[in-house]
Design a protein around this ligand. Structure first.
Ligand SMILES: C[S@@+](CC[C@H](N)C(=O)[O-])C[C@H]1O[C@@H](n2cnc3c(N)ncnc32)[C@H](O)[C@@H]1O
Length: 191
């Protein structure tokens, strides 16, 4: 990552995740990398379809004082009632889900009125650039080797058209992987 971006991105992540309260659903929670950011009083529920990650996630969640069950489901079919959570968090998940539109529709469905979707994602480089071409070429490999990750997705567009009442997105110049810049976005979708 470019140094200024590293700092700005981390500061934003700490601020946004640290601002959440109430019932927070984290989709594609992996092995629990975000626990350090959440307030202690947050009522956290995780969703993670990968069996091995889920086992670790349960232990890490307990170690952070969260006894809630981790949901074994894809984000395209969240097993929670309509309007049941205050916030949904996704960090580097929309690159991996099978269906972004179905996932975002589910996020909107489970959020209470006034609730927020908070996301931190790596996204496709601009069309016609060599990083975009490299992302497309590497996608078949990363999908197999990196739990479904497709680096060439236009996630910003998917979020903007999903149907949130208000969307705020910040762009960061991004990570560098093998010298290739990978743009990042961070932001919120309000219902
Ligand atoms: C790159 S990891 C990120 C994990 C974690 N959010 C983090 O920031 O460290 C992507 C995660 O999305 C999960 N995932 C893949 N497909 C998914 C789906 N359809 N629904 C929910 N999560 C999914 C993977 O199992 C993996 O844990």
């Amino acid at each position: 990552m470019i140094p200024d971006d590293v700092d700005a991105y981390r500061v934003r992540k700490a601020a946004l995740l640290g601002s959440l309260s109430g019932d927070v659903l984290e989709i594609g929670a992996g092995t629990g990398a975000n626990f350090g950011y959440f307030r202690r009083e947050v009522r956290w529920t995780g969703l993670e379809p990968n069996r091995r990650a889920r086992a670790t996630l349960r232990e890490v969640a307990r170690a952070h004082g969260h006894d809630t069950e981790v949901l074994d489901a894809p984000a395209e079919r969240i097993p929670l009632p309509d309007a049941s959570v205050s916030a949904v968090v996704a960090t580097v998940v929309l690159c991996s889900v099978t269906d972004q539109d179905a996932t975002l529709a589910e996020v909107i469905r489970v959020l209470r009125p006034g609730g927020r979707f908070v996301f931190f994602e790596h996204v496709a480089a601009p069309v016609g650039t060599w990083p975009r071409r490299l992302q497309r070429l590497s996608a078949p490999f990363s999908r197999v080797l990196d739990r479904g990750c497709d680096p060439a997705r236009d996630t910003e567009r998917a979020i903007r058209r999903a149907g949130f009442a208000e969307v705020t997105i910040e762009r960061y110049a991004g990570l560098r992987w093998a010298g290739v810049p990978i743009p990042l976005i961070a932001g919120t979708g309000q219902v």
